[in-house]
Design a protein around this ligand. Structure first.
Ligand SMILES: Nc1ncnc2c1ncn2[C@@H]1O[C@H](COP(=O)(O)OP(=O)(O)OP(=O)(O)O)[C@@H](O)[C@H]1O
Ligand SMILES: [Mg+2]
Length: 270
């Protein structure tokens, strides 16, 4: 029995599409017949947890075949000292990981802020996926650039955190974290900002060690899907018709999934 393959969605910047992308990857894997355990370490906000609940409700109400993951939210500890809180969170995480030890995949959604639970979750990643809105405000979490020539000054907080967790992962089990950065909500229009982002991200990917994938366009459909607990991979099931924009969005999602370096035995099944 292999260990579960762990995919973590993370970015300390809020609202970049982590939970949305996570639910799509989860549904894709479920529809391939894999067992998927999911963890929400952003349990207070609970977007992924609610997405799963909405899906369960939809399944119950419509009888549609909507495969569900085994889902666990992990809340932040209320312990009074930092040491106790971190210890309790570590124990909870280990408990859930042990519970999911026979699953094919574990997908973890993290908050758009720096918390101990989020750092811990990152340290378990086989693949870390960081969605990034196409703006220099989002990029600032990854790198400081000089405003005049956009040259890289130094990696910033989130990149440093990922670097730390790569070390923690190596210490725990000798494993490594494959880091993928994807741009989200890309507009169809040409813009100077878009081109400059591309340039900085390409330079940065070599310097701090992530792979850049093409990402998702701006698509209103994502908002509607959440309320129904559906993803683009369920559209034929829910008898909704696929527009051209949906087809394009599905292709972008498949490109992201293909970018994940799955172990050989998991690729064959997919
Ligand atoms: N490609 C997209 N096109 C249009 N809207 C999108 C796209 N991706 C995400 N959204 C919307 O952006 C909002 C934020 O997405 P989401 O909740 O997935 O981000 P998040 O990174 O998980 O946020 P947080 O940091 O608060 O957890 C949601 O309303 C979602 O529907
Ligand atoms: Mg979220």
């Amino acid at each position: 029995m292999n260990n579960p393959y762990i995919v973590v969605f993370g970015n300390e910047k809020g609202g970049t599409g982590k939970s949305t992308a996570a639910m799509h990857v989860i549904t894709y894997l479920l529809r391939q017949g894999f067992n998927v355990g999911t963890i929400d370490v952003d349990a207070r906000q609970g977007t992924l947890s609610r997405y799963v609940e909405n899906r369960r409700a939809r399944q119950k109400n419509t009888g549609e075949n909507l495969p569900l993951p085994e889902h666990r939210p992990i809340f932040r500890s209320q312990a009074s000292t930092v040491i106790d809180a971190e210890q309790e969170e570590k124990e909870k995480m280990t408990e859930v990981m042990t519970e999911f030890k026979n699953y094919d995949f574990i997908v973890i959604d993290t908050p758009g802020s720096d918390t101990h639970l989020s750092r811990l979750a990152h340290s378990y990643a086989d693949t870390l996926i960081t969605p990034l809105n196409d703006s220099f405000i989002d990029l600032d979490m990854l790198v400081r650039v000089k405003p005049d020539d956009l040259n890289i000054i130094r990696p910033s907080t989130y990149s440093e955190m990922v670097w730390e967790q790569k070390k923690n992962r190596a210490i725990r089990d000798g494993g490594s974290i494959d880091w993928i950065v994807m741009r989200n909500r890309l507009s169809n229009l040409y813009s100077r900002n878009k081109e400059e982002m591309e340039k900085v991200l390409s330079a940065l990917s070599k310097r701090i060690g992530f792979r850049l994938v093409s990402g998702f366009g701006e698509r209103v459909i994502f908002r509607e899907l959440f309320l129904n607990g559906l993803t683009l991979f369920d559209m034929s099931e829910s008898k909704s018709s696929l527009s051209l924009s949906h087809v394009a969005a599905k292709k972008e999602l498949k490109d992201l999934i293909n970018a994940i370096n799955l172990p050989e035995e998991m690729k064959k099944a997919s």
